[in-house]
Design a protein around this ligand. Structure first.
Ligand code: FAD
Ligand code: NAP
Length: 485
């Protein structure tokens, strides 16, 4: 109990102020005294000095492994102990080893994945190399692929897994890079895939259920992108087929499409990012971007988000002469459509430090604002005001008007302003288009120096003009985020 209390006290137990480092064998060997004792267990290095006095077997037992790989010793005595959890605050980092990256020209001896790839260093690879690596193991019924991302703060949005017809693809997003494990599995697995995270250690596990309880000799055959770590931008779009499960009217021309992900897919589209839909129209592949929303705007922001991870909701305007949206509108419930991995460079951290958030949306430019609004009101405690300024042609075009008005009544931090460019004479609200005077009226800091973020989305010209007006009003580039293609 004393150890748990100490490890939860927030004290820096590694002496590295929360940083994770790559540890070479030479470096590990230097930390071999009671006052400075590092031990490696299964590739992870722990500073066990603060733990010495709490170790039930005494200091001498621990010192047997000081400055070395203590995995075997540990397994002899403590195999059942959850050391990862117990020592997580003592984690220094991972041993500096790097599996060989398989390029498209695979040599014969590397074609079969049998456990961890050879731990050889690539020419020129430095100890600071942040390339993730993977390993796998099995029980009678499960296959577990472990990916060591070397990044703290791994979460569901950074891991995308698909497993179809024995083809497994796991992608990990590490800043603007992506690491992919892609294998033609040795044997068949069941439909459902589980993904777990050790957030602090940056470890991700993909757990597959074997179809037959037989021993696998190897994981499978590596596919083209297997074990590659490249810029996200350089990775081609990956699609999976999703089933249309419902289609609901939002306005006279806009619908809410609900798509169901395959059971064997793990995919959460991050706030502010979009996906691509792909259809074959008149014999040609056509691809268009869409920004997932929530099924509705939750009024009680203390509740968790209503997205369940199994469905993707898209709010799409059907243009009467639109190539893609007409074809989309003709899909029947039960039909399938290809959905890509998420893209986009919006970072939630931009909101996390803001006190005033302004959302300027025109038409379906409202879509990225939905998750953003939910995230801001649920998770950003420093926000004082959230204001949506929503531009539409007519009253009939306003998306989720009722829900927005209800939300404004319910949450005093939130305010919505509708501005119409082509109102009927009954409209008593604001009329016009985005302009410098509208923005100076509605976008105001709540305090002289408050931190502000202004997000803008709509037709390209609307967005471009809006950004220019905001700059003219004195807002800096860092204070403005424009959603564009
Ligand atoms: P097209 O065949 O390309 O165009 C046919 C006619 O439709 C045009 O002549 C014009 O009259 C009208 N039209 C088409 N596109 C536009 C337009 N962009 N602005 C004004 N009139 C147009 N749309 C959504 O409904 N929901 C979303 O969540 C969404 N997210 C997007 C995210 C990103 C990053 C981007 C860049 C765009 C997004 N769009 C969204 C727009 C979407 O990608 C398509 O452009 C739109 O659905 C029209 O496609 P279409 O093939 O039917 O029209
Ligand atoms: P819309 O109904 O045609 O227009 C919405 C409002 O914007 C109207 O008041 C319209 O005024 C005004 N507007 C249009 N063009 C303008 C301009 N150049 N300058 C000032 N105001 C302008 O909009 P929509 O059909 O829903 O289209 C939404 C747009 O958002 C699409 O282009 C879509 O691609 C884009 N979008 C982008 C993203 C992204 O992430 N990048 C996401 C979703 C949507 P008028 O009366 O003058 O037309």
């Amino acid at each position: 109990m004393d150890w748990i209390r100490l490890s939860k006290s927030g004290k820096d137990l590694t002496g590295l102020k929360g940083r994770l480092i790559e540890v070479t064998e030479d470096e590990l060997a230097k930390h071999n005294t009671k006052e400075d004792c590092w031990i490696c267990i299964r590739g992870f290095v722990y500073n066990v000095t603060p733990y010495m006095e709490y170790h039930p077997g005494g200091e001498d037992e621990l010192m047997k492994a000081a400055g070395t790989d203590g995995t075997d010793l540990f397994d002899q005595v403590h195999r059942w102990v959850n050391y990862e959890s117990m020592l997580k605050e003592c984690l220094v980092g991972r041993m500096a080893v790097k599996p060989i990256a398989i390029s498209s020209t695979l040599s014969e001896d590397k074609k079969q994945l049998n456990g961890m790839l050879p731990e050889k260093k690539l020419p020129g690879a430095s100890a600071k190399d942040l390339t993730p690596s993977y390993n796998w193991f099995q029980t009678d019924s499960l296959i577990t692929i472990v990916i060591y991302t070397k990044q703290k703060g791994m979460n569901a949005e950074l891991v995308i897994v698909d497993c179809q017809d024995k083809r497994l693809r796991g992608e990990i997003i590490v800043d603007d890079h992506s690491y992919v494990v892609e294998v033609d599995l040795d044997h068949a697995v069941q439909d459902n895939v589980a993904v777990t995270f050790a957030e602090k250690v940056g470890k991700v596990e993909i757990i597959l259920k074997k179809k037959d309880n037989i021993h696998w000799k190897m994981l499978g055959q590596p596919l083209e992108s297997h074990n590659t770590f490249i810029k996200r931008m350089d990775r081609g779009l990956f699609y999976r087929k999703c089933k249309l499960v419902s289609k609901m009217e939002v306005t006279h021309d806009t619908k809410l499409f609900c798509l169901m992900l395959p059971k064997s897919t793990h995919l959460h589209v991050p706030t502010g990012q979009h996906v691509y839909l792909k259809q074959i129209i008149a014999g040609t592949e056509v691809v268009k971007p869409y920004t997932p929303v929530l099924p509705y705007l939750p009024l009680d922001f203390k509740q968790p988000s209503p997205s369940d991870g199994a469905h993707i909701y898209l709010m799409i305007k059907i243009y009467s002469c639109g190539l893609f949206t007409q074809a989309l509108d003709h899909l029947q419930i039960g039909d399938c459509i290809s959905v890509s991995n998420p893209e986009g460079n919006f970072k939630k951290s931009q909101v996390q430090t803001s006190e005033d958030l302004f959302l300027l949306a025109a038409g379906t430019g409202f879509t990225p604002m939905v998750k953003l609004l939910n995230f801001a009101l649920t998770e950003v405690s420093c926000l004082r005001t959230v204001k949506l300024i929503f531009f539409n042609k007519t009253e009939d075009d306003i998306l989720w008007r009722n829900q927005l008005e209800q939300l404004a009544l319910k949450d005093e931090r939130f305010e919505v302003q509708f501005i119409l460019s082509q109102p009927t004479k009954d409209w008593v609200g604001k009329e016009g288009k985005i302009s410098s005077s509208f923005l100076s009226e509605f976008v105001k800091r709540s305090r002289k120096d408050s931190k502000v973020l202004i997000c803008i989305c709509g037709p390209t010209l609307f967005t471009e003009q809006g950004v220019q007006y905001l700059k003219d009003l004195g807002y800096s580039q860092e204070e403005i985020y424009a959603f564009t293609a």
